[in-house]
Design a protein. Structure first.
Length: 306
């Protein structure tokens, strides 16, 4: 009998695309194995209120991690931006395929680009990060909560009578829906979420065989970028309820990271950047977080947590 590997995944169209991508590549790299998907409904799928009201980070991964810990699945495929700053004991983030476009995309009524977006326009997003940066750019905008899977949120452009919705470019590209995008935000203008565009493959620490199988899927520059970004996130103690953002990019043996802390209404933004060698990725992320806290980020976070 061939070796069997079980992947734990959510059942959304995008999550299934991501899990099937990992499945196909594992089977191609290791012809002797058979890979099956195990669909798991997470708390983030079950609840209907905006995630930041409930702490957000981890709601799309906790149930899958619990199945992984119980041995019901052998690995999990997550969107890295859904991961909390700290993962459970006995689990490890093992591999990160090459990063997709980390930018945010605008899908607007009649394909209107960002520079022509109507004054007072209604725009859909439930991300405090996106809301804060949008209002910082355009205080006239009306921001409306937007929940649901990727396809559901796109439909709400019409059903909720919105002028536009903001989504991750990576999801649109993976689904082959990039033609729906009216415009893309430069990552210096709208700093992405931590891990945006990255898939994270999680395994049990003691399962050396599965860790060995997925190791070939790891893309070192992407892993280093996420290492810096998650160090930044952990230092800030961030979750979905906090408007923080960060993006690291590797070029040869150098890494550059931009980071941001914002007030909920976008009135106050503290941002900065750091550069270094890839060997300093984790240290660089922590140092950037510390610099932003010292520049006023601490006061902003205290306000958010009140």
């Amino acid at each position: 009998m061939s070796e069997r590997i079980r992947i734990g995944t959510r059942s959304s169209l995008l999550a299934l695309w991501q899990a099937n991508w990992v499945k196909a590549h594992l089977e191609e790299l290791h012809p002797g194995i058979g890979v099956t998907l195990v669909h798991i409904k997470t708390e983030g799928d079950r609840i209907k209120v905006p995630l930041f009201h409930l702490g957000g980070k981890g709601l799309f991964v906790k149930d899958i991690e619990e199945a992984l810990l119980r041995g019901e699945v052998d690995l999990a495929v997550h969107s890295a931006k859904d991961l909390p700053a700290v993962i459970p004991d006995n689990l490890t983030l093992t591999a990160f395929p090459a990063r997709e476009d980390p930018r945010d995309a605008l899908i607007s009524r009649n394909g209107i680009p960002w520079k022509e977006f109507p004054r007072g326009g209604k725009i859909g997003t439930s991300s405090p990060r996106r809301k804060a940066q949008l209002l910082h750019l355009r205080a006239d905008l009306q921001i409306f909560p937007l929940r649901g899977n990727l396809d559901t949120r796109i439909k709400k452009l019409t059903t909720e009578n919105l002028d536009g919705v903001i989504l991750a470019s990576a999801g649109l590209r993976r689904m082959g829906w990039e033609s729906k995008a009216s415009d893309y935000f430069d990552s210096e203008v709208m700093v992405p979420a931590i891990g945006q565009g990255i898939l994270a493959i999680e395994t049990r620490e003691g399962n050396s065989r599965v860790r060995e199988l997925v190791a070939d899927l790891n893309h070192l520059p992407t892993a280093l970028e996420l290492k810096a970004e998650r160090a930044f996130l952990k230092k800030l103690g961030g979750g979905c309820q906090i408007p923080i953002a960060g993006l690291a990019r590797v070029t040869e043996d150098q890494i550059r990271m931009v980071g941001l802390i914002a007030s909920s209404n976008g009135n106050r933004i503290v941002r900065g950047e750091k550069k270094g060698t890839v060997r300093e990725a984790e240290t660089l992320g922590r140092q950037l977080a510390q610099e932003l806290l010292a520049k006023g980020g601490t006061e902003i976070l205290q306000e958010v947590y009140r």
